[in-house]
Design a protein around this ligand. Structure first.
Ligand SMILES: [Zn+2]
Length: 255
């Protein structure tokens, strides 16, 4: 049984790493104006088409010591980081929720959140297409939830309330500070993740996103310039979905 669990965890991690790698490449090409990735993977510096051996997640980067085999230019550490992120998210979803439809639903959401984070990090934009994918996944998997009517009503109500609340706060902040504080994409992203999180999860995730946003802003080297908030919203939602239940139960126990 343990051997099986380790094997399936490995498969999820591998799928997640491949997905993280693909989504990172998609985001990098998105930045260049290519909306959908076409053609074989290539070195962004010299254009060398990558061979199968150079496409192994994480390992290729390690074996080549972070350099392109053809031009020996440094390969951004962003590649192994996004691959490791995908591996961790997918493996965690399986370890937390097993071989269930909910795990499948979460991996789809995580893929959309990764793409949104990468694109927002590069361009300060949150495109609608990945959000629509996450919305479609939420709707498609509704019947798989035993309490699907409650999930539908709670999800929609939470999304509306959170969307309106964040909009109100950001408008007030804009007035107060005299500049745009939060983009419309961030508000949509809060509403979208609220569908998955439900009321208590959303409360926890909103608090966590502010904390993470602060940490990311301090760690980032973009001093003074606008900072993308999408990655913090996505990370907070993923962490809450994976590990938030004990925190929420503890909090509700206090009430
Ligand atoms: Zn190269």
């Amino acid at each position: 049984m343990l051997a099986f669990k380790i094997y399936v965890t490995f498969l999820f991690a591998l799928t997640g790493a491949v997905m993280g790698s693909f989504l990172n490449c998609w985001a990098m090409r998105w930045k260049e104006g290519e909306r959908y990735p076409r053609g074989r993977s290539r070195c962004p510096k010299c254009g060398h088409t990558l061979t199968a051996f150079e496409l192994i997640p994480l390992l290729s980067w390690l074996f080549q010591r972070g350099r392109c085999k053809s031009c020996h230019e440094k390969i951004s550490v962003r590649y192994p980081i996004t691959e490791a992120l995908g591996a961790l998210l997918f493996a965690a979803a399986y370890l937390r929720f097993g071989l269930t439809l909910y795990t499948a639903e979460l991996t789809l959401l995580f893929a959309a959140l990764m793409l949104l984070s990468f694109i927002d990090y590069d361009t300060m934009l949150l495109p609608g297409a990945p959000m629509l994918v996450a919305l479609a996944a939420w709707l498609a998997f509704l019947p798989a939830h035993g309490d699907w009517k409650a999930r539908l009503v709670q999800g929609l109500a939470t999304a509306l309330i959170v969307g309106a609340a964040v909009l109100a706060v950001s408008l007030a902040m804009d007035k107060l500070l005299g500049k745009d504080t939060m983009g419309g994409g961030d508000i949509k992203l809060y509403a979208l993740t609220a569908l998955y999180l439900g009321p208590w999860g959303t409360l926890l995730a909103v608090l966590l996103s502010c904390l993470l946003g602060l940490i990311f802003a301090v760690l980032s080297k973009r001093k003074g310039s606008p900072f993308p908030f999408g990655p913090a919203i996505c990370a907070a939602a993923a962490l809450t979905l994976l590990f938030g239940d004990p925190v929420i139960e503890w909090y509700l126990g206090l009430l």
